[in-house]
Design a protein around this ligand. Structure first.
Ligand code: ARG
Ligand code: ZN
Length: 868
C-alpha cells in the first residue's frame, strides 16, 4: 500500500465548484455535496471513469446532472467510489450520512467538548464526503451549515458569510438555523473547515496596507474568553510582519481562529478559519508558562503565514509537504526572531533541530525533506519535513541574501498564485532571480541523513588553511550519498577572542561553500586563530573539529555569534559528561575544570538573562545518551545527575544570589521579565538538585506565592523531581486548584511523568487510572505518556522492562481510538537498535506484540523501527 512520488499523475477530473450542505443532527450528520466536474485537459489518456475518495461514509443517494444513478453505474469499494463512463462536464450530487459523535480519530468532522469541528489535512475530507481528496484539485466552496440554534448558535466555515436563516420545519423541532459561507478562493479540500458550537468571541480589526479592514474573530469556550488576548496581539503582529517582510496582505474580510480541546496536532491553517489546539492559542499568565506564551505567538503566526505559503500557493502532492511547511516554519522562526531576541530564538530552534530532527535523520525513520514514498502521509508530518525543511529554505535565504530572496518569493507568490506546485518550482524562482545554479543544492530535498562536516586546520607561515570534508552516513533505503552544497559561515578569532580581518576590506565574517567531498580554504592571518565555525548554524550538519578546551572557553566567553557561544558550552558539557560516563571520572572533578568558564557566564548574566540560562542548561539525558553506544539510560542519568548536583553545590552562592536578585516584585509579561524568570527558575533547579539548605521551604513558598504559572509549575517541578519535602502536598494542592483547567492539568501530569528513574513507571501507571486522565484527549496522552517516552529515558527504559510494557499497552489502547496519535507515540521507540542489548530485546518483544493488529498508521512506524 505504498504511494510513490514517481507515480504522480495529474487528476483525471477537476472540480471548479463545490456546494456542501452539512446538516448536523443529534447522533448523525447528513452531508449533501454537489460537485461541478470537468475532465482535466492535462490528462491526454481521457479517463472515462470518475474515482472519488471516501471513508466511513454511508452513501444515501447519488445523482448525475439531476438524475438518480442506478447501482450499476457506480461501485463503492476500499475507500473509493467509481462512477462509470461519465461525460466531459457534469454535476454530481451525493448524500451521505456520517457519525461525528463516534469519531475519536479526530479527522474529518468530530465533536470536542460539545462543539463540532473539522480537521481535514491531510486526508480527512474524505471522511466528510466523496471527493477527489488530493491537494492539486482546487475548488471554490460554498458551504451551508445547519444545526440546532440553541446548542450551536455559531455556524462557521471558510470565506465570508453570505446568507443565514431559520429552518421552516425547525420551528417545532426547537429552532434550527443555517448559515451559508462562500469562499471566493479556489482551494484543495484539505483546507476546508467547519465549526458549530456555542463559543465566546474576542473581536478586533486589522487594516491592511491597501486599506482593507479585516474583522478578526477569535473563538473559545466561554470560560476561556480571558485567554485570547495574547493570540490576538500575536495575530496582529504577524499580519503586519507579513506585509512588511514579504509584501503579503490578507485577502478576505474576516479571519477566524477557533480553539479546540481535542486536536491531533498544534493547529491548522484552513482558509479564513484556522482551528487550533487550545494549547497553541490560549494564554493567561495564571495558567500558561512563558514558554507556552512564546509558542502561542509562533503558532498563531505560522498558521497565519500559511494563508500565502500553503493556501494561495499550495502543494501539488503530499510529497511536496515541505514546500509549505518548511517555508512556513522558516517564516515563523524569522518572525519570532524579529519579535524577540534573535540570538535566543536561533539557539532554541537549533537546539530543537539537533536534539530531535538529527536523531530522526540518523535512525530507522530517516527520510528526505521531500520523501519519495509513504504508506500513511500522516506519518510524514515530521521534524525532517518541518524543521530540516526550514533549514533548507534558510540556506537559500543565506545563499541569495535578503534582497534577492525577497525578489524570489515575490516571483513565487505571483507566478503560482492559485496553483498547486512543487519544491522544484520554489527553487526555480530562487535560481531565476539570482542567476545561480542550484541544481546541486536541490539534493538537500531528496537525500536523507545528517551530513557530517569534518574540519582540520593548520597555520604555517602566516597562512591559515581550513580543510572541510563532508560525509553523509547511509539511511534506510539510501545507501549511497552524494556531496551536498553546504554553506559554512565562519569567523577566525585572535587569542583575545576578537575576530580577525579576513580580507583587505576588513570583513571579519565570511561564508565558504563546501560542494565537493573535501575542500581547503586559506586565509593569510597574523596569528593562529580559534575558528568560529558554522556561525548561526549556517547548515544543518554535524560539525566535527577537535577543539581544545582553551578554544572552547574563548568561544564561550567572547564569540559574538550566539549559536557558537552556545555550541561551545554544549561541547564543554558533552566532553565533561563523556569523561564521567566513559572514564568513570568524578563529577566534582569535571565541574572544577569548567568552573571558571561557567562563572564567567554567570558574571555576565545580567546582560541577557535568557541567553545565560541557555548557556547554563545542560544537554538533556536523551541528547547525552545519543552520544554513547550502546545507549544505557540509567548510566547516563547517574552521570548527568551527579554533574548537575555538583554544579548546584559548587556554584551554590551564585545560584542563591540569582534566585533572589532576579525576583520581580510584580508579574510582567515582557521579554526582559521572561528572561529573568527563566534564569531564576534554572538557579532554583540547581539549588533543588543540590538539596541546598532551606531550598524545600523556599520552593514551597515560591509555589504558594507564585505570581504566574511559570513560577508555580517551575517550583512544583523542582520539588517533585527531587522528591523534596512538601512535594506530594504541593501536587495535591495543585490538582485541587486547577482541576477545571485542562491545559494546567496537562502540566500536572507532565511534571510527574518527567521525574527520572524507574519508579516513575509505576507512578505513570497509577496516573493512567486517575479520573482526569483521558485516552481520547491527545494533549493529556502526550503530557503523561509522551513525556515519559520522549523526555524520560531512565524511566522509559527501566531495567525491569516495565516502561516498555506500559508503552506497549498504551499504544494498543490508543491505536483503537486514534491511530495518528498512536503512530506518533510509536516514534518514541526509534532508538531501539541503539539500546543496550537486554533493553533492546525487551522493547522489541513489547512492540512485536503491538504490531499484530495495528492500524496502518502504527504498522508503518513499527515496521520501520523493527526493521521488518
Ligand atoms: N498544516 C498544519 C500545520 O500548520 C498541520 C496539520 C497536520 N495534520 C495532520 N493530520 N498531520 O502545521
Ligand atoms: Zn504548518
Amino acid at each position: 500500500n505504498v504511494t510513490r512520488l514517481a507515480d504522480y499523475l495529474p487528476p483525471a477530473y477537476l472540480v471548479p465548484r463545490t456546494h456542501l450542505d452539512v446538516d448536523i443532527r443529534d447522533g448523525h450528520t447528513l452531508v449533501t455535496a454537489t460537485l461541478t466536474l470537468e475532465r482535466n485537459p492535462a490528462r491526454d489518456d481521457r479517463p472515462e471513469d470518475l474515482v472519488l475518495d471516501g471513508e466511513h461514509l454511508e452513501l444515501l443517494s447519488l445523482s448525475l446532472d439531476g438524475a438518480s444513478l442506478p447501482a450499476s453505474r457506480y461501485r463503492e469499494a476500499d475507500g473509493r467510489l467509481t462512477v462509470f463512463a461519465v461525460p466531459e462536464c457534469f454535476e454530481l450530487t451525493s448524500v451521505v450520512r456520517i457519525e461525528p459523535e463516534k469519531n475519536t480519530a479526530l479527522e474529518g468532522l468530530y465533536r470536542s467538548n460539545g462543539m463540532y469541528c473539522t480537521q481535514c489535512e491531510a486526508e480527512g475530507f474524505r471522511r466528510i464526503t466523496w471527493f477527489p481528496d488530493r491537494p492539486d484539485v482546487l475548488s471554490r466552496f460554498t458551504t451551508t451549515v445547519r444545526a440546532d440554534r440553541e446548542h450551536y448558535p455559531l455556524l462557521l466555515s471558510n470565506g465570508n458569510p453570505v446568507a443565514s436563516g431559520e429552518e421552516p420545519e425547525g420551528k417545532e423541532e426547537g429552532g434550527r438555523h443555517w448559515v451559508t459561507w462562500e469562499d471566493p478562493f479556489p482551494k484543495p479540500c484539505y483546507l476546508f473547515a467547519l465549526v458549530a458550537g456555542d463559543l465566546a468571541c474576542l473581536k478586533d480589526t486589522f487594516t491592511t496596507t491597501s486599506g482593507r479592514e479585516v474583522a478578526l474573530h477569535l473563538y473559545a469556550e466561554h470560560r476561556d474568553l480571558d485567554k485570547l488576548d495574547h493570540a490576538m496581539v500575536s495575530l496582529k503582529k504577524a499580519m503586519a510582519w507579513d506585509e512588511r517582510v514579504y509584501g503579503r496582505e490578507y485577502d478576505l474580510d474576516i479571519f477566524q481562529i477557533v480553539a479546540v480541546s481535542h486536536f491531533n496536532m498544534g493547529a491548522m491553517e484552513n482558509k479564513g478559519l484556522n482551528i487550533f489546539n487550545t494549547a497553541c492559542v490560549l494564554a493567561h499568565p495564571a495558567t500558561t508558562t512563558d514558554a507556552a506564551f512564546e509558542r502561542v505567538e509562533s503558532v498563531v503566526a505560522h498558521e497565519y503565514f500559511h494563508n500565502w505559503s500553503g493556501n494561495r500557493v499550495t502543494c501539488r502532492d503530499w510529497f511536496q509537504l515541505s514546500l509549505k511547511e518548511g517555508f512556513t516554519v522558516f517564516r515563523d522562526q524569522e518572525f519570532s526572531s524579529d519579535m524577540n531576541s534573535r540570538a535566543v530564538v536561533r539557539v532554541e530552534n537549533v537546539n530543537f533541530l539537533v536534539n530531535h530532527q538529527f536523531p530522526e535523520d540518523q535512525g530507522p525513520l530517516a527520510h528526505p525533506v521531500r520523501p519519495a514514498q509513504y504508506q500513511k502521509i500522516d506519518n510524514f508530518y515530521t521534524l525532517t519535513v518541518y524543521e530540516k525543511g526550514a533549514e533548507v529554505v534558510r540556506m537559500q535565504h543565506e545563499l541569495l541574501g535578503a534582497r534577492d530572496f525577497r525578489r524570489a518569493t515575490d516571483l513565487y507568490f505571483e507566478r503560482f498564485d492559485g496553483q498547486a506546485v512543487t519544491c522544484d518550482d520554489f527553487v526555480a524562482c530562487m535560481e531565476e532571480v539570482s542567476g545561480r545554479d542550484l541544481s546541486g543544492f536541490k539534493r538537500w530535498y531528496s537525500q536523507a541523513g545528517t551530513p557530517i562536516v569534518s574540519a582540520e586546520d593548520r597555520y604555517v607561515d602566516g597562512l591559515y588553511s581550513l580543510t572541510l570534508s563532508q560525509h553523509t552516513p547511509p539511511t534506510p533505503g539510501q545507501a549511497d550519498k552524494q556531496p551536498l552544497m553546504i554553506p559554512v559561515k565562519l569567523a577566525l578569532l585572535d587569542p583575545q577572542g576578537k575576530p580577525l580581518a579576513l580580507n583587505d576590506q576588513g570583513d571579519t565574517e565570511t561564508v565558504v561553500i563546501l560542494e565537493r567531498a573535501t575542500q581547503t580554504f586559506s586565509f593569510p592571518l597574523p596569528v593562529k586563530p580559534t575558528p568560529s565555525l558554522l556561525r548561526g548554524f549556517s547548515a544543518p550538519v554535524i560539525l566535527r573539529y577537535d577543539f581544545d578546551e582553551t578554544q572552547l572557553q574563548t568561544l564561550l566567553a567572547h564569540d559574538s555569534d550566539g549559536f557558537c557561544r552556545w555550541d561551545a558550552a554544549q561541547r564543554l558539557y558533552f566532553s565533561a559528561l563523556a569523561r564521567i560516563i566513559e572514564q568513570g571520572e568524578s563529577a566534582e572533578q569535571q565541574l572544577e575544570r569548567l568552573r571558571p568558564a561557567l562563572e564567567g557566564v554567570i558574571r555576565r548574566a545580567a546582560e541577557d538573562p535568557a541567553q545565560a540560562a541557555l548557556l547554563l542548561t545542560l544537554p538533556t539525558e536523551t541528547a547525552i545518551g545519543d552520544r554513547h553506544s550502546p545507549l544505557d539510560p540509567a548510566r547516563v542519568h547517574r552521570a548527568a545527575h551527579a554533574f548537575k548536583v555538583a554544579l548546584g553545590r559548587a556554584l551554590g552562592e551564585d545560584w542563591r544570589r540569582l534566585a533572589e536578585s532576579l525576583r520581580e516584585p510584580e508579574y510582567r509579561a515582557d521579554g526582559d521579565a521572561m528572561g529573568k524568570r527563566r534564569l531564576r527558575m534554572l538557579a532554583l533547579a540547581y539549588l533543588g538538585l543540590a538539596e541546598a539548605d532551606g531550598i524545600a521551604d523556599y520552593l514551597q513558598r515560591t509555589f504558594r506565592d507564585a505570581a504566574c504559572m511559570t513560577e508555580e509549575i517551575g517550583a512544583l517541578g523542582i520539588l517533585v523531581s527531587n522528591g523534596l519535602d512538601g512535594a506530594e502536598t504541593a501536587l495535591e494542592q495543585f490538582a485541587e486548584r486547577w482541576r477545571d483547567e485542562a491545559l494546567v492539568m496537562d502540566q500536572w501530569f507532565a511534571v510527574q511523568a518527567a521525574v527520572p528513574g524507574p519508579a516513575t513507571v509505576a507512578r505513570a501507571k497509577a496516573l493512567m487510572s486517575h479520573p482526569a486522565f483521558e485516552w481520547t484527549l491527545p494533549n493529556r496522552v502526550r503530557a503523561l505518556i509522551g513525556t515519559l517516552v520522549n523526555g524520560n529515558p531512565s524511566a522509559f527504559h527501566a531495567e525491569d522492562g516495565s516502561g516498555h510494557r506500559l508503552f506497549a499497552e498504551a499504544l494498543k489502547t490508543l491505536d483503537a481510538i486514534n491511530p495518528q496519535i498512536a503512530a506518533r507515540l510509536g516514534n518514541g521507540a526509534a532508538r531501539l537498535d541503539r539500546l543496550r542489548e537486554d533493553l533492546s530485546t525487551s522493547l522489541r518483544t513489547a512492540l512485536s506484540e503491538v504490531r499484530e493488529g495495528a492500524s496502518a498508521n502504527l504498522a508503518e512506524v513499527l515496521d520501520r523501527i523493527l526493521g521488518a
